[in-house]
Design a protein around this ligand. Structure first.
Ligand SMILES: [Fe+2]
Length: 317
């Protein structure tokens, strides 16, 4: 049984498996859930920020709060953005609220995120922490995310259902089927996504009630939905791990941008421009092979925490 700790990092006490076992056997492809004592969060479970919705909303950064409509007994599934001053009223109307960037406003969370970023070898900015507030009987509709997520229950109880998506592996954007406007991540669906996706959770989805002290790891591309059993406040920690596309294209861009010939603009207004652009690109492609030597090392470095930083994660304000 993990013991309460203030000085250890999050992965030392979040689950009932040692950090090494979590990193080798679960991260990032297997879900893991553990219902442990909330005291192991080192006081975070008693932080005034998470004792009522008003306090959590007070810690919000920015003027807008994302809302989810997913009420028991209602077929309406929706997202909306609320002005911060009206968010509490929408919570009372049965909407769940997503409060972003709490790691930037709650010092204890900021420390956790910094240590988790280092433990996971992530680039700074590839990790974020949001609070999810749900009134009883409400939650977040069925969706998958394109990031890995840790969820930590701090107040009240909420039922989760989860299952790996069989429609697609390692999705590049989230999908919330049946929700017309995805304000959080945008409505773009890449060409490699199937056209029709069910609003219902897959048969055989697992379920559990998260209570204060419960923690879960959810891989990207796993369906999940929630309904709170009581007023519920939980944390969502999102992880944007680099993919092969990220590492190779990121490192390639970083290397090639150093070269004048690759930065040269290509006008495409006339037939002569088009012919010239083709000729130039053909020469660049020949040049590319010479620039790919030891490129795997460069790509791994680009993706690592020591590589160039990427824009901080999170939805637009
Ligand atoms: Fe999610």
């Amino acid at each position: 049984m993990p013991k309460p700790a203030r000085s250890r990092n999050l992965l030392d006490f979040l689950f009932d498996v040692p950090k090494e076992e979590f990193l080798n056997d679960y991260y990032p492809h297997r879900a893991l859930i553990y219902h442990g004592p909330p005291e192991r969060f080192g006081g975070l479970e008693k932080d005034p920020t998470f004792q009522n919705p008003e306090a959590t909303l007070h810690a919000a950064k920015g003027d807008y709060i994302l809302g989810f409509h997913h009420k028991r007994g209602s077929s309406v599934q929706a997202q909306s953005m609320f002005a911060r001053f009206s968010a509490l009223g929408m919570l009372q109307e049965g909407w769940s609220l997503n409060v972003d960037f709490l790691d930037q406003t709650v010092p204890a969370l900021g420390k956790w995120m910094d240590s988790l970023q280092k433990d996971l070898g992530l680039k700074p900015g590839n990790i974020f922490c949001s609070g999810i507030i749900s009134p009883a009987g409400s939650g977040v509709p069925k969706h998958f995310d394109s990031v890995e997520v840790f969820t930590i229950q701090l107040y009240g109880s909420k039922k989760w259902w989860w299952a790996p998506a069989t429609e697609i592996a390692f999705p590049g954007t989230s999908v919330m089927p049946g929700v017309k406007n995805n304000y959080r991540d945008g409505n773009m669906r890449p060409d490699y996504y199937p056209k029709d996706i069910s609003k219902e959770m897959p048969k055989g989805a697992k379920s559990a009630v998260m209570k204060p002290g419960s923690a879960m790891f959810m891989p990207r591309g796993w369906w999940h939905q929630t309904y709170a059993e009581t007023l519920s406040i939980s944390l969502n920690v999102g992880i944007r791990m680099s993919t092969g596309v990220d590492a190779l294209t990121g490192a390639l861009q970083s290397e090639l941008e150093k070269l004048d010939a690759w930065r040269k603009p290509l006008p495409l207004a006339t037939p002569e421009h088009l012919a010239s652009a083709r000729q130039h690109l053909a020469a660049l492609l020949k040049d590319l092979a010479a620039n790919l030597e030891n490129f795997d090392d460069k790509a791994v470095h680009w993706a690592s925490k020591d590589g160039p930083s990427r824009p901080r994660m999170g939805p637009p304000k």
